[in-house]
Design a protein around this ligand. Structure first.
Ligand SMILES: [Zn+2]
Length: 295
């Protein structure tokens, strides 16, 4: 199939998948359990998740490796299996997608604060991200997505870690602007866009966050700050609330689809959903974006 760079050079929008974590919980993963463990112990659930998004029209699936660094896996006693877990996750996505869709190796935040605010040294972060990237790349991913970032230095450590293993792999970096229009670490969209785009990445953008409209605002600010940037958005389906013991997300597929067109108007090139979005959201977005392209 075509490479990511070829596809990005074409007209139209690439459709990424929806949430992983919240969908695995629907499939029986207990809150607090490691989603990454399921790559080894429940691979059929991971294949089924990828298949559901591909059938909904996704051109891109993410590996189930959001918490796949040694830092996060250590919370579950899995820090000795970084390579196996990431390689297995990449293989599961690759096998399911075949040559019909792209596989993005997913890298989430370490969950630690970098020095001097926290205990994690920059170089240690780079090594941890490199270790994860090595597993993902050996499992056959097409690109690496560094997502839900709050700290610019941590994003830079992740970029450096990936490039230490493969300097040519396409890299996409998205931040979560969930705190009054900034990341939890106080970073504005404009600053994130300028600093990370300058590093020669393939795309920058926003994922997760609070509401669709706040994520759209962040994307508009990134677009204004770096007009030439390739942008990616993967907003969540609103903020969850509990209803009868279940976590409920209020954004319907129809609302997500309506917003997808607003993101398209900002020339976003890759769009998908984050927490709370499922295959029905992606199906509705695929339909809306086809109509957008035809009009
Ligand atoms: Zn999310």
């Amino acid at each position: 199939m075509s490479t990511l760079n070829d596809l990005l050079a074409g007209a139209g929008i690439l459709l990424a998948d929806g949430a992983t974590g919240t969908q695995l919980q629907k499939a029986g993963l207990k809150p607090g359990d490691s989603p990454e463990r399921w790559n080894l112990e429940n691979p059929e659930a991971i294949r089924a998740l990828h298949r559901s998004y591909l059938e909904a029209g996704a051109n891109i699936v993410l590996t189930n490796t959001f918490g796949g660094t040694r830092f996060r896996l250590a919370r579950h006693g899995l820090e000795g299996q970084v390579r196996t877990i990431n390689e297995t996750a990449a293989r599961l996505a690759r096998e399911t997608a075949g040559e019909t869709a792209l596989v993005f190796g997913d890298i989430g935040p370490s969950g630690e604060l970098l020095k001097p605010l926290g205990k994690l040294a920059y170089e240690e972060a780079v090594e941890g991200f490199a270790e994860q990237a090595e597993g993902l790349l050996s499992g056959g991913v097409d690109a690496i997505l560094i997502e839900t970032m709050s700290d610019i230095n941590e994003a830079k450590a992740a970029i450096e870690g990936v490039r230490r293993i493969n300097s040519g792999i396409p890299l996409l970096v998205t931040f979560s602007f969930d705190t009054h229009g900034r990341t939890m670490m106080g970073i504005k969209p404009e600053k994130a866009a300028r600093e990370i785009w300058a590093l020669g990445v393939t795309a920058i953008g926003a994922n997760c966050g609070r509401t669709l409209s706040e994520t759209l605002t962040a994307i508009e600010q990134m677009r204004a700050a770096v007009p030439e940037a390739v942008l990616m958005a993967k907003p969540n389906a609103g903020l969850p609330h509990t209803s009868g013991g279940d976590m409920v997300y209020d954004v319907t597929p129809a609302v997500m689809a309506e917003y997808a067109q607003k993101f398209a108007a900002q020339q976003v090139k890759i769009f998908g959903g984050c927490c709370g979005s499922g295959p029905e959201h992606i199906r509705a977005v695929a339909k809306a974006l086809r109509q957008h392209a035809d009009s």
